[in-house]
Write a protein that binds this ligand. Structure first.
Ligand code: PEP
Length: 250
């Protein structure tokens, strides 16, 4: 099933103890009476099960922020795709810039993680994005093309994978690209997707990087933008709900 647009996902990153996470999930559940678009949250592993339980029946998706590239084994401290499913997550983020650049994850590793997640039936949110240096030296489109080609899971379809374009220099900085630049990057991603997937024209492409309630509407109106992946601003239920509404969600 292709998800209703806009698609608004919140990445809680390493924020939220149980009491805060349950409160945030509860505040979203109260607002989500009958979703007309797609809303999802990606809490820390420790609270995933509780958040998923709190959101049962609301239509709000719940996913993990990462998974290990192997299905199981002696990988101390890691979380498998099956473990995410086991606590009722239906999606996972792979290739977030905080893992690619902070932890040195390569395209090949991200691709293996995506393939493992798909084998477990998880909707996979595949993040790609250029660094500030690459942006300044006008390498953005080439970098996006290489990352997408290198990390796209073999044989994946539009029902299985969502691409999130997140310029590294825009994540958590309060800075965003010009709307024209977002459109240009999304068009380039679409161009590559049409060569990577049989239904590449239908793969949803999100924008992520300093999306807030006051810029969400104009970003989601950019041609080719199917929705947004929100970090910091997803930690406040009212603000996150405003972003969802800014895209036309009710
Ligand atoms: C993210 O973590 O994916 C993100 C886009 O963060 P922020 O919205 O805080 O820039």
């Amino acid at each position: 099933m292709v998800l209703p647009r806009p698609i608004v996902f919140g990445n809680w990153k390493m924020h939220g103890l149980r009491v805060e996470s349950e409160a945030l999930a509860g505040a979203l559940a109260e607002r989500a009476k009958r979703l007309t678009a797609t809303l999802g949250v990606f809490p820390p592993f420790t609270v995933l099960g509780e958040v998923a339980a709190r959101l049962t029946g609301t239509g709000i998706m719940v996913g993990g922020q990462d998974c290990h590239e192997r299905p199981k084994g002696a990988y101390t401290g890691s979380i498998s795709a099956a473990m995410l499913r086991d606590v009722d997550a239906s999606a996972v983020i792979v290739g977030h810039s905080e893992r690619r650049h902070g932890l040195g994850e390569s395209d090949a590793l991200v691709r293996t993680k995506a393939e493992t997640a798909l084998a477990e039936g998880l909707l996979t949110v595949l993040c790609i994005g250029e660094t500030e240096a690459q942006w300044l030296s006008d390498e953005t489109l080439a970098v996006l093309d290489a990352q997408l080609t290198g990390s796209w899971p073999a044989g994946a379809t539009a029902e299985q994978v969502i691409v999130a374009y997140e310029p590294v220099w825009a994540v958590g900085t309060g800075r965003t690209p010009a709307l024209d630049d977002i459109e240009r990057s999304h068009a380039a991603i679409r161009h590559r997707l049409q060569r990577l997937a049989v239904d590449g024209a239908d793969v949803a492409i999100l924008y992520g990087g300093s999306v807030k309630a006051d810029n969400a509407a104009e970003i989601m109106a950019v041609p080719g933008v199917a929705g947004v992946l929100v970090g910091g601003a997803s930690l406040d239920a009212a603000g996150f709900w405003s972003i969802y509404q800014a895209g036309g969600g009710a």
